[in-house]
Design a protein. Structure first.
Length: 109
């Protein structure tokens, strides 16, 4: 069953405040490993088996050190649900559908 994870990698210690290049480097790690991912404004969602995701998240963290950053702060969350096989796509569609149903209900009231 796929596990979902969300990761945010924040490299520190360079004069440039932009982190776009670092984000691209971390995403190259996921791409190289064939991980399904979705970029968000404050982090990236990943989908895969737990062991692979843990390895990939470590590699994403290390990618910033390879870019010359002296300090990297990485936070991640893991959603490991073992009673159902749920993907990122399913979860987004489920919430979108429920929101649409409630919005219709509110308009009819």
């Amino acid at each position: 069953m796929p596990v979902l994870a969300e990761i945010s990698v924040t490299p520190l210690g360079k004069a440039n405040a932009s982190l776009g290049d670092a984000v691209v480097e971390t995403l190259k790690v996921a791409e190289a490993r064939g991980i399904n991912y979705q970029v968000g404004p404050m982090g990236t969602s990943l989908e895969g088996d737990l062991e692979t995701l843990l390895e990939v998240m470590r590699e994403m963290h290390e990618a910033c050190f390879r870019m010359g950053y002296p300090r990297v702060i990485t936070t991640f969350r893991i959603d490991d649900r073992r009673d159902k096989d749920l993907t990122m796509r399913y979860r987004v569609e489920s919430v979108t559908r429920k929101l649409a149903e409630q919005a219709t209900h509110l308009r009819e009231s």
